[in-house]
Design a protein around this ligand. Structure first.
Ligand SMILES: *[C@@H]1O[C@H](CO)[C@@H](O)[C@H](O)[C@H]1NC(C)=O
Length: 380
């Protein structure tokens, strides 16, 4: 496009004005209101080339909260019915063809303290345990924190760091049981939160004892386990089995657990639990059920030709350790060259006609023994 000299002069004039980015201010620059109150900020353009576009944003370009409204010409920002989360900075951004100008307003919301405990109660602790409970409060102005015991006005000695006020005991005593209150106070109000501390194991707490901590019984027998408990009031005694329900055939009476006709699967740890208002106490009985062997031979009959290898395996159920002895019926000894292994195998590399007959395996553990027979038939 060709420009006349007149047009060039006009342009240089316009371009000087257009070269000015907006200069903006906000009124008020800082506002402090109570939660629930409303406030308006006005953004004013001091100088700069028109047209100027105004926009309100939160710090870091976050969206405005839903209770913040911007007026029709965008110059007034109103925060209505304020909440604690409205606290912070608001920026008025003015833009024209030459650039941007920014002014920042600060909104402070005064609110009564909010308090939070870690951990929350009620706290069941054992006598002598270390205990600490932290109380954290938010509020504006920044609240002052204190701990008191319910029924007393005496402020307790606590540790404060990073807005968390912590009440702690190196080792709790029974008399530390009670309700503790964390109080947070600022000009806007007082907020308190309670926590109950229950120290278990003081005088009167149950102590459970079992008559036997370990027992080994034989399958099919009837077993009784006794549990006694001291404590005041007298504790209630219950029996359970670790990681399993109690055997089906059981009865509990006066702290005595009776199991009739026990099987191998009833082996395990039995727990006596004595409970009263001061706490509970557990005692354990470990029970193993021993079973006699039950032997079988694999195979129990075999047909071979002279020169074939022989392999018989003796299998036995029952408690370990288990010993195996192979013999031959009607003969004083096994054929020469026969090998009987520890785990119950009988091996013969090449059978002869004379090796036929009945072989016997006897499996023995500390409860008893069991026999299994294998018939070996050899035909040319
Ligand atoms: C023993 O009783 C206490 C209190 O009733 C309970 O918390 C605990 O889990 C019980 N223990 C067992 C093994 O049942």
């Amino acid at each position: 496009m060709d420009l006349s000299p007149g047009a060039l002069i006009l342009c240089s004039l316009l371009c000087t004005v257009a070269g000015q980015a907006p200069v903006v201010t906000v009124e008020p620059r800082v506002a402090t209101i109570r939660q629930g109150e409303s406030v308006s900020f006005r953004c004013q353009v001091g100088s700069g080339a028109q047209p100027v576009q105004l926009e309100w944003r939160r710090l870091n370009n976050q969206a405005l909260p839903d209770n913040a409204k911007v007026g029709p010409d965008s110059s007034v920002l109103t925060v209505a019915n304020s909440r604690a989360a409205n606290q912070g900075q608001y920026r008025c951004v003015a833009a024209n063809s030459a650039g941007r100008g920014v002014a920042t307003a600060v909104l402070n919301i005064k609110h009564a303290p909010k308090v939070q405990l870690t951990p929350t109660g009620p706290l069941h602790v054992r006598i002598g345990d270390p205990v600490s409970i932290g109380c954290r409060a938010t509020g504006r102005p920044c609240p002052k924190l204190k701990w008191i015991r319910q029924g007393s006005t005496l402020q307790l000695v606590t540790a404060e760091a990073n807005n968390v006020n912590t009440i702690q005991w190196a080792a709790v005593r029974p008399e530390d049981s009670g309700v503790y209150i964390c109080q947070a106070e600022n000009n806007e109000g007082v907020t308190e939160i309670k926590v109950e501390v229950i120290v278990q194991g003081g005088p009167g707490a149950p102590v459970a004892t079992v008559s036997t901590t370990e027992m080994t019984v034989v399958e099919g027998h009837t077993v009784t386990m006794e549990c006694q408990a001291s404590g005041s009031p007298p504790p209630v005694i219950t029996w359970s089995k670790l990681r399993a329900p109690l055997p089906w055939k059981h009865t509990v009476a006066g702290g005595v657990l009776t199991l009739t006709s026990v099987g191998r699967q009833d082996s395990g740890q039995y727990i006596c639990n004595a409970t009263n208002i001061h706490g509970y106490s557990q005692a354990y009985t470990q029970m193993e059920v021993d079973t006699p062997p039950y032997a079988t031979s694999l195979p129990d009959q075999v047909r071979l030709q002279p020169g074939d290898p022989l392999r018989l395996q003796c299998l036995a159920h029952g408690s370990h350790p288990m010993q195996f002895v192979w013999s031959r019926e009607g003969r004083a000894s096994l054929p020469p060259g026969a090998v009987a292994t520890k785990d119950g195998n009988l091996l013969l590399a090449h059978v002869k006609l004379s090796d036929g007959g009945t072989y016997k395996c006897e499996a023995t553990n500390h409860i008893g023994s069991s026999e299994a027979l294998a018939k070996v038939i050899i035909k040319a």
